[in-house]
Write a protein of this length. Structure first.
Length: 130
């Protein structure tokens, strides 16, 4: 967690430095606020990761003397190929097309989305393809 925390802290410092430079040279408030937001989005999780890394035992990724075997773990089960994420994507695209073509495409998109969610749930409960 230390490495991840330090990377995010570096992002925060970089965002703050660029925000400061942009504030004095750009004379624009919107970009400065967004760059400050970038700095905060690096600072908040980065400081939390560093705080948490001091309270947990050292992971093999954080130990410079660790071997490759120390980082290996149990390989779990992977899901089978499925059509349902594609169907869900089609449903989401049809809901997006409702902004252009009208609400009637959203109805078909919602039906496809609900069908895909039910298919994913039933497939995950059975552990195989439907």
């Amino acid at each position: 967690m230390k490495v991840e925390g330090m990377v995010l802290i570096v992002v925060a410092v970089f965002g703050a430095a660029i925000a400061t430079i942009y504030w004095f040279t750009g004379y624009e408030d919107g970009g400065t606020v967004m760059l400050i937001g970038t700095a905060l989005l690096g600072l908040m999780p980065g400081s939390y990761y560093l705080w948490w890394s001091k309270r947990m035992k050292v992971r093999p990724e954080d130990d410079p003397n660790a071997s490759v075997a120390a980082g290996s773990g149990v390989v779990g089960a992977f899901p089978h190929s499925s059509i349902w994420p594609f169907v869900f994507g089609l449903g989401a695209a049809m809901v997006g097309l409702a902004l252009v073509f009208g609400i009637w495409t959203a109805i078909f998109g919602i039906v496809l989305g609900v069908t895909a969610v039910l298919g994913i749930i039933s497939e995950s409960r059975r552990g195989g393809n439907i």
